[in-house]
Design a protein around this ligand. Structure first.
Ligand SMILES: Cc1cc2nc3c(=O)[nH]c(=O)nc-3n(C[C@H](O)[C@H](O)[C@H](O)COP(=O)(O)O)c2cc1C
Length: 197
């Protein structure tokens, strides 16, 4: 009985390992996005990111439907403030960027003073939450990609999204259903990145 339990656990864990080893971003996304119920499950996975002192140094915004167009307008106006001579092609690209997926999740690091947890660690936690979202999206049968670019570091974009002064954009996670075949994954050898000290 005990042996059967361990065998089942082993097979199950192996499936999870294979899944982790094969996570694959999807640059091209289409409808549908996960339902709000599925997204709630996905966010629960994000909340299990490692978190020193349980500060919960993260927050998530969802941008879907017509709100993506409003976000595109914000990206365009912030582009003009960063680069007043931006040409029409660049402006159109900025306006259309959020339309590349049915759902965009803005992962935010909410950084506060703490005697033992420096800001860097709080950012690490929020980044782990972003990775957990990508994994949970894929585990739910959907696909996603983490994007940043200049807007992620632009205070005007952050203000337009309603971020407080102590908040930063960790990433824009584009989410939907994979469009076209999955890209091939580079075959990396872990030994090239690991050594004993
Ligand atoms: C912090 C961060 C920011 C990124 N920003 C972008 C981006 O702005 N545009 C982009 O095409 N890929 C960006 N990427 C890379 C993609 O998310 C993805 O990792 C890459 O396409 C490789 O695919 P893979 O993750 O399946 O190997 C970013 C990744 C990280 C971790």
């Amino acid at each position: 009985m005990i042996a059967a339990h361990f065998f089942q656990q082993y097979v199950f864990m192996n499936d999870i390992l294979r899944f982790l080893q094969q996570r694959n971003s999807a640059p091209k996304l289409q409808e549908p996005a996960p339902s709000p119920e599925v997204m709630a499950e996905i966010f629960r996975a994000a909340l299990r990111a490692p978190d020193h002192a349980w500060m919960r140094p993260w927050r998530f915004l969802t941008i879907a439907g017509e709100r993506r167009e409003a976000f595109g307008e914000l990206l365009d106006s912030c582009l003009l403030q960063r680069t007043p001579d931006a040409d029409e092609a660049a402006r159109t690209k900025a306006r259309n960027a959020p339309l590349r997926a049915p759902l965009v999740v803005v992962v935010i690091a909410s950084v506060s003073p703490h005697p033992k947890v420096p800001p860097q660690e709080q950012r690490f936690s929020a980044a782990c939450a972003a990775h957990a979202i990508l994994l949970a999206v894929e585990a739910s049968g959907f696909a996603g990609i983490w994007r940043t670019g200049a807007p992620a570091f632009d205070r005007n974009v952050m203000d337009g999204l309603g971020l407080a002064e102590n908040e930063e954009v960790v990433g824009f996670i584009y989410i939907g259903s994979r469009l076209g075949p999955a890209k091939s994954i580079p075959q990396l050898d872990a030994a090239d990145y690991v050594s004993a000290w």
